[in-house]
Design a protein around this ligand. Structure first.
Ligand SMILES: NC(=O)c1ccc[n+]([C@@H]2O[C@H](COP(=O)([O-])OP(=O)(O)OC[C@H]3O[C@@H](n4cnc5c(N)ncnc54)[C@H](OP(=O)(O)O)[C@@H]3O)[C@@H](O)[C@H]2O)c1
Length: 322
């Protein structure tokens, strides 16, 4: 089968289209012919080895020394079941599905094999393959951080990076859970967010966050725009600062509680099987609609990587395989 592979770390030009072995589904697996996938900040980070100083040796051991050990990126996909293993009863050939290999990646290919009881679910009837391919990376990260924050209805949440993949999912899912959402973005995206009926849209280009005279129960920082110390000014007592974009430094700092009962939450989001069906349900009921930036044909996957890291995109870059 055809797949895009990165044999070394570097810019989008390290990606090349190769013939690789088509996966053989084991007895507990389904084989999916991929229709759409996404290129997101996770793909960009691994391909470019965009790892903060101090974590690079550990990252090379985890990801691969001079190039990614898993050379096929792609954390999420939608597609059609092509074959099922002998033990599989949950799916049938021809089912429309979406899934989240997450950190295992492998979705920038013609086919992927997934455990039938893993992070894969039927695609709700009203959803396109393009939407299905953009549900999981932002959606499951958002669900994780909302769970960690123990968001309660009526609480106020400031979301920095609200037109990003994760931030936009956070804004919608927090609003659905009854939070009062203040969405932060740059000038060019204010109109888009204003249409989404969040409680407040803040243009950080004209209103520096430090100048805000507001208090929040939760701050979700998807852009590394603040740190726990500077977030204190904007947090109510017992407030939670979600360092979504944080790294090991923030994970270590999060071990120390802040003043007035505040706390920082950081670290990699859990990739849970249950969240995939939950995202399908939320999308089907209209509570979560991923924002799609562009749809780029599979043969131009390096362009999708360039777009994803351009800092121009709004939402998720989707790749159409067929
Ligand atoms: N912890 C985890 O498990 C986990 C999981 C997924 C992602 N992440 C991390 O979370 C971050 C967000 O991921 P993503 O996929 O949502 O990225 P993304 O789609 O690129 O979104 C980032 C957003 O940040 C905004 N932004 C950039 N600079 C800003 C600034 N100075 N002030 C305020 N906003 C700014 C951009 O909006 P404007 O264009 O309006 O500036 C953009 O929408 C990344 O660092 C990623 O590595 C962590």
């Amino acid at each position: 089968m055809k797949a895009y592979v990165a044999r070394r770390y570097g810019g989008p030009n390290v990606l090349s289209l190769e013939d690789v072995a088509k996966p053989e589904p084991a007895s507990h697996e389904v084989l999916v012919r991929i229709v759409a996938s996404s290129v997101n900040s996770g793909d960009v980070r691994v391909r470019g080895f965009d790892i903060p100083k101090g974590m690079r040796t550990m990252a090379r051991l985890a990801l691969g020394w001079s190039g990614p050990r898993q050379p096929i990126m792609g954390t999420e996909f939608s597609g059609v079941v092509e074959a099922v293993g002998a033990e599989v009863s949950r799916f049938q050939v021809g089912d429309r599905v979406f899934g989240f290999p997450g950190g295992k990646m492998g979705a920038h290919a013609e086919f992927i094999a997934m455990p039938a009881n893993g992070r894969i679910a039927k695609l709700p009837a009203g959803l396109s393959f393009e939407q299905g391919a953009a549900l999981c990376f932002g959606g499951s990260t958002a669900l994780h951080f909302l769970r960690q924050a123990k968001l309660r209805p009526g609480e106020s949440i400031l979301i920095i990076g609200a037109t990003g993949t994760v931030g936009h999912a956070l804004a919608q899912l927090a609003q659905h859970r009854g939070a009062r959402v203040s969405a932060v973005t740059s000038t060019g995206n204010v109109e888009l967010l204003s249409e989404r009926k969040f409680d407040r849209v803040i243009d950080y280009k004209t209103t520096p966050l430090a100048s805000l005279n507001l208090g929040f129960d939760i701050i979700a920082d998807c852009a590394d725009a603040l740190d726990f110390k500077s977030a204190q000014r904007l947090l109510k007592p017992k407030g939670r600062y979600l360092s979504v974009a944080g790294t090991l430094k923030e994970m270590l700092a999060a071990l120390v509680p802040g003043p007035h009962g505040t706390k920082m939450i950081a670290g990699p989001a859990a990739e849970r099987v249950e969240d995939i069906s939950l995202l399908a349900e939320l999308a089907e009921k209209g509570h979560f609609a991923p924002l799609i930036d562009t749809i780029i044909p599979f043969p131009q996957l390096p362009d999708a990587h360039a777009r994803a890291q351009s800092k121009q995109k709004r939402g998720t870059v989707v790749v159409l395989h067929q």
